[in-house]
Design a binder for this molecule. Structure first.
Ligand code: GRG
Length: 283
């Protein structure tokens, strides 16, 4: 369902936009685990919301995520030429078009939610858009990325610094995915808080798993360059805690994530399953 909705979300209706839409669609449809859309759908369903009403938000989340990957791979950032097992956007379309494709995906994401969300009160849609905006700005992805760049090749990065980076660079989007899904589903403020706690914990687990995979998996398995953290002298959980310590920490935060949803019983089963998947994944 997510793949179909993503595919339908971008279409060139004028010859002048063929190139930018092709570049946006290349990265959007290049595969990927679609964790953020799935989280939004699972959270919405936990509160008995309708899949159709959350799908525009699910699509927007993947658009934002794809934008962040395109920009993360740029020569001025991580300078990577492989992503999701394929050449990165700037390798195929040039740096100029890749930057604009990211910008356009980000802008389209907000329009998509505003235009296509149906069947819920308008205030809830506005709240979703507000939260999406916040998750990308200085207090979200962009802020996390800047701090990450500042800590690159720098001795003395602490565990607190590392946690701050990941709470913003990685967990912020996972958090808004679960919170937005819950809001569309009709959750109240307390429910949304429980969902956010779950999401912060899986966000950390996600990043610890990423650090572990960077040293244990091959580039083919990952679909991106393995061993990059060592190469760029990055501070990681593996570096701070060792491989075994990082694995234990990943399990600990996953257990904490699951505990945050204990009061929802069987209805939380899909979100609990996703938490296990995040630390067990192979790419
Ligand atoms: C331009 C406003 C603006 C923000 C972008 C570049 C950037 C700022 C932030 C970087 C964010 C980033 C790339 C974080 C890493 C998140 C992460 C762990 C990505 C991998 O996610 P997966 O494993 O990937 O879900 P797939 O390919 O499965 O979708």
């Amino acid at each position: 369902m997510v793949e179909v909705a993503l595919d339908k979300s971008l279409e060139a209706t004028e010859p002048q936009v063929v190139k930018i839409i092709e570049s946006m669609k290349y990265s959007l449809m290049a595969g990927g685990k679609r964790i953020r859309p799935v989280l939004a759908i699972a959270a919405c369903e936990m509160f008995e919301g309708n899949v159709d009403s959350v799908m525009p938000t699910a699509v927007a989340l993947e658009m934002i995520h794809t934008m962040s990957l395109i920009h993360d791979d740029l020569p001025s950032m991580d300078d990577d030429d492989m992503r999701r097992g394929k050449p990165t956007n700037h390798v195929l379309y040039g740096e100029d078009v890749a930057i604009l494709a990211g910008d356009a995906l980000l802008s389209e994401s907000f329009e998509h939610v505003a235009r296509f969300t149906k069947g819920i009160p308008a205030e809830r849609t506005v709240e979703v858009i507000r939260r999406l905006g916040n998750s990308v700005g200085a207090y979200g992805l962009a802020g996390g990325q800047v701090m990450d760049l500042e800590c690159e090749n720098k001795e003395g990065t602490t565990r607190e610094d590392l946690e701050w980076i990941h709470m913003h660079k990685t967990a912020a989007l996972l958090k808004v995915a679960v919170a937005a899904g819950a809001i569309v589903g009709g959750a109240n403020e307390e429910d949304v808080k429980a969902c956010e706690l779950y999401a912060e914990k899986i966000g950390l687990a996600f990043q610890i798993a990423d650090d572990i995979l960077d040293v244990t998996a091959t580039s083919e398995e990952l679909g991106k360059t393995a061993g990059k953290d060592e190469e760029t002298n990055k501070t990681t959980y593996v570096k701070l805690l060792g491989l075994d310590g990082a694995k234990k920490e990943a399990q600990k935060v996953t257990d904490e994530a699951k505990a945050a949803l204990s009061e929802y019983g069987d209805k939380a089963a899909p979100l609990l399953g996703i938490a296990d998947y995040i630390i067990g994944r192979k790419n």
